[in-house]
Design a protein around this ligand. Structure first.
Ligand SMILES: Nc1ncnc2c1ncn2[C@@H]1O[C@H](COP(=O)(O)OP(=O)(O)O)[C@@H](O)[C@H]1O
Ligand SMILES: [Mg+2]
Length: 482
């Protein structure tokens, strides 16, 4: 399904090629301009349509190649021009899916091979900008300058080049920083149903986190939501140090897939310049849907719930692109921390995409509708949420505090139903008694307005103090009994 899996005549632009330094950027631009062009002009002919794809005769190009169907009559307003991508083969014909609208394609039309590699131009001028799945700006900020090309589907990072996670990534959201501390280079899933507050939480994190650069990929959202997110949740302050890549649900599935991969390439560019990058992808589920559409069109057999096997391979490849790297020659050692939203209907975490994501990621935050209904925002269920690196990136006092708070929250959960109907008899469980007493203060710690920002040190001190009080209260009845 991807360019990198198919042998190609032209070397690919790897992470190494796009090294650090402005001089290199300029040279790399020229080299890759030459490398990226199709060495021999290949022209095929449209010989049929099948669903959303065009079948092309005499187009011996590898899967992943970019092609163009030149228009005989120009029609303004077509996004992506008449660009397409080879997504598979059917007999001796190439299966091409268009990046824009399919309308106007006729039998016998010429199909010209453009590039065997999928690349995107990236650079510092992208900061504060909103771009589409081809990396082209879609805001009012004019053209981008000084871009150097990067492969959008580079070879996977060798395991030995990855760095272990040891530094915390502060999100500015207490419930996360205290209960599920994230690390620089970690990949975490944000699992929630629609309308539970994912976008709002991503916006809050983008504004308040300790990352140098945010890359936000909005995949398959409704057009209205994109503006709402950029102007409402992210705001001008958040946008300043962010790059937003978006592809709405009405675009071609190929554009949605590209947008997700392009976002990763942009994040990798900043990572290789030594920056701590926070990559947020909303949502992986819609990326998987787009891949399913392409896979089925290319003739892949459906497996679980209509998802083709290629979907899970593509997901693994996409999510594996985050991580921290060791510095190397011509490359600083930055990190990409990935936050990926996954849509779950009901509480169905066994749905194929959610299940696959949980297997790949090293942590998950679960937002629940029950909490959102009660106006408890961010609606993070801290007992069900896990950050696998939390203990590695927190000091001893925070680790102890977290354990105490978890134990207390669990004790409250056990008796919550009884408490709510007034049937809990005090004294039945000393631990539950303490949990009930401290419940308002625990809630105060976990709830946070979307505009409220709290420094990590303050949040930690506050939770350590609260946990110490709880621990003291817990030891009191025990002493009396003894
Ligand atoms: N931190 C918050 N404080 C108050 N209300 C919130 C908060 N987060 C979400 N909401 C409410 O939930 C609604 C849906 O949030 P949104 O982030 O768009 O959800 P999703 O992206 O999961 O669909 C918002 O319109 C808002 O009313
Ligand atoms: Mg949303």
């Amino acid at each position: 399904m991807s360019a990198a899996e198919v042998p190609s005549a032209v070397p690919s632009t790897t992470a190494e090629d796009a090294g650090a330094g402005p001089a290199f950027d300029v040279l790399a631009g020229s080299f890759a301009g030459v490398e990226g062009t199709q060495p021999v002009r290949v022209v095929g002919r449209v010989s049929g349509l099948r669903g959303m794809t065009v079948l092309v005769q005499d187009l011996p190009l590898p899967v992943g190649s970019l092609v163009s169907i030149p228009q005989t009559e120009p029609s303004p307003g077509l996004t992506g021009g008449r660009l397409g991508e080879v997504i598979g083969l059917s007999g001796s014909r190439a299966v091409v899916m268009m990046l824009g609208a399919l309308g106007g394609v006729r039998a016998g039309d010429a199909v010209v091979g453009l590039r065997p590699q999928r690349t995107v131009g990236v650079g510092w001028s992208m900061l504060g900008r909103v771009v589409d799945g081809l990396g082209a700006p879609i805001d009012a900020g004019g053209p981008l300058h000084n871009l150097s090309p990067r492969a959008i589907d580079p070879p996977p990072l060798p395991p030995m080049r990855r760095r272990r996670i040891h530094a915390p990534m502060v999100t500015g959201v207490r419930a996360v920083d205290v209960m599920c501390t994230l690390g620089c280079g970690q990949r975490v899933g944000l699992f929630a149903g629609p309308g539970v507050g994912k976008s709002t939480l991503l916006g809050t994190i983008a504004r308040n986190c300790s990352a140098d650069v945010n890359v936000l990929a909005l995949i398959g959202e409704r057009g209205r939501e994109v503006k709402e997110f950029i102007e409402g949740s992210l705001g001008s302050e958040g946008l300043k140090r962010s790059v937003v890549v978006c592809s709405t649900g009405d675009e071609s599935p190929l554009m949605r897939i590209r947008a997700a991969m392009v976002a990763c390439s942009i994040a990798e560019y900043f990572r290789d310049h030594g920056r701590r990058v926070l990559l947020m992808l909303d949502s992986v589920t819609r990326f998987a849907h787009a891949h399913r559409q392409v896979g089925l069109s290319a003739g892949e057999p459906p497996a679980s719930k209509g998802y083709t096997p290629g979907v899970f391979a593509a997901m693994a490849r996409l999510l594996e692109r985050a991580g921290a790297v060791e510095p190397g020659p011509g490359r600083a050692g930055g990190s990409i921390t990935g936050v990926y939203t996954v849509l779950v209907e009901g509480d169905d975490l066994t749905e194929p995409v959610a299940d696959a994501a949980r297997g790949i990621l090293d942590g998950h935050l679960i937002l629940t509708r029950q909490l959102a209904h009660r106006g408890h925002y961010p609606a993070i269920d801290v007992l069900d949420s896990v950050s696998r690196v939390a203990d590695d990136v927190s000091d001893e006092s925070l680790r102890t505090a977290r354990r105490t708070l978890r134990r207390c929250i669990a004790a409250y959960r056990d008796v919550e139903d009884l408490v709510q109907i007034g049937a809990y008899a005090r004294g039945s469980s000393p631990e539950a008694d303490v949990a009930i007493d401290y419940w308002p203060r625990i809630n105060e710690l976990l709830r946070q307005g979307s505009a409220e920002r709290e420094e990590f040190d303050r949040a930690r001190d506050r939770s350590v103090k609260l946990a110490m009080e709880i621990a003291a209260a817990l030891s009191r009845p025990a002493r009396r009994v003894g």
